[in-house]
Design a protein around this ligand. Structure first.
Ligand code: ADP
Ligand code: MG
Length: 301
């Protein structure tokens, strides 16, 4: 495992940052850490990269306990709302970060060229960062995080301040890293971003993980069906609760969440047995957004 945490906890005075987070991320994964503002995403990442100390719990990165200096050189980090020295040019900023990251002197200029190409800023390398657009600033930040060619990259809300084109650029950069078998840990409160970018997600709320798995797995499981039927009698509701739950019912149109697709034929036979005439049944595709809102509001899935 590239990231492994056990009961990682951060309490700020009386406030909970993260509580007992157990999480593992395998090599080559693009992992999305999804949650509303204030959920604890930045706190978690700051503990892993060594910016703040956990209150309790343990964690390893690339197989060594957090805090290991040599491991830190193999880890890249784009902080949330970073502000780099904007009086520097893009190239100067990268030279500074190359030195900080102990990139050997003779390799620096080649490496700087590589990351500038990767984030498509070759043309702006000689301009001062203060003249960059938001998207360019975010890309130079990603370039700085990648300067040591890290095996593991943490990105804290990399696209929150960007327009759709800027977001697409970041997605492409991440896709390129995936091809090179790098592991990326992405904090985001933007569902669509995580859905489009990540293989796996954990959803965090009030400092705790409330759902996790591959996106496919999270969206599998439960299915929602819309039904149009007439003549239903009252006892159907109770029977539905044994195979799922009734979300809404206006007499002829019902919305039902079932525990799995194998429950669809059971539902149909229940409708018939309860005297219903079935006119239509359609299965709704569950999106990550519905799942997210469901777990965030309800605290379960
Ligand atoms: N330095 C701090 N001191 C006190 N409370 C903090 C500090 N940093 C974060 N918090 C609190 O911890 C919780 C999690 O914050 P954060 O990790 O920034 O969430 P997220 O990144 O998901 O928006 C919030 O309630 C926040 O107010
Ligand atoms: Mg944050």
């Amino acid at each position: 495992m590239i990231i492994e945490t056990r009961n990682l906890t951060k309490i700020y005075g009386e406030k909970i940052g993260c509580e007992k987070i157990c999480l593992s991320v395998d090599e080559g994964r693009i992992f999305g850490f999804l949650g509303p503002n204030g959920a604890g995403k930045s706190t978690f990442v700051k503990m892993l990269v060594g910016l703040i100390k956990p209150t309790s719990g343990t964690a390893t990165l690339l197989g060594t306990p957090i805090g290991d200096v040599f491991t830190r050189r193999r880890v890249g980090f784009l902080p949330e709302n970073f502000r780099y020295q904007d009086w520097l040019t893009g190239r100067e900023l990268l030279q500074y970060h190359a030195a900080l990251a102990h990139v050997p002197k003779e390799m620096r200029s080649q490496r700087i060229g590589e990351v500038l190409r990767l984030v498509k800023l070759e043309g702006a390398a000689r301009s001062k960062i203060k003249t960059y657009s938001k998207g360019m600033q975010q890309r130079i930040g990603i370039a700085a995080a990648l300067i040591s060619d890290p095996d593991l990259l943490f990105l804290d809300e990399p696209t929150s301040a960007l327009d759709p084109i800027g977001r697409l650029d970041v997605r492409e950069i991440i896709a390129g890293l995936k091809e090179r078998k790098k592991t990326v840990f992405l904090n985001s409160h933007l569902l669509s971003e995580v859905e489009m970018t990540c293989d796996e997600v954990a959803i965090i709320k009030d400092g705790r993980i409330i759902e996790s798995g591959t996106i496919d797995d999270l969206l599998k499981g439960k299915v929602e069906v819309e039904i149009k039927a007439t003549g239903l009698n009252g006892s159907l509701d109770k029977q539905i609760s044994q195979i799922g739950r009734l979300i809404s019912d206006d007499g002829t149109e019902l919305l039902v969440e079932l525990e799995g697709e194998d429950k669809i034929p059971i539902l149909v036979s229940l409708i018939i047995r309860n005297g219903g005439k079935l006119y239509n049944l359609s299965r709704k595709k569950r999106t990550l957004e519905e799942l997210f809102l469901g777990v965030i509001k309800g605290g379960g899935s």
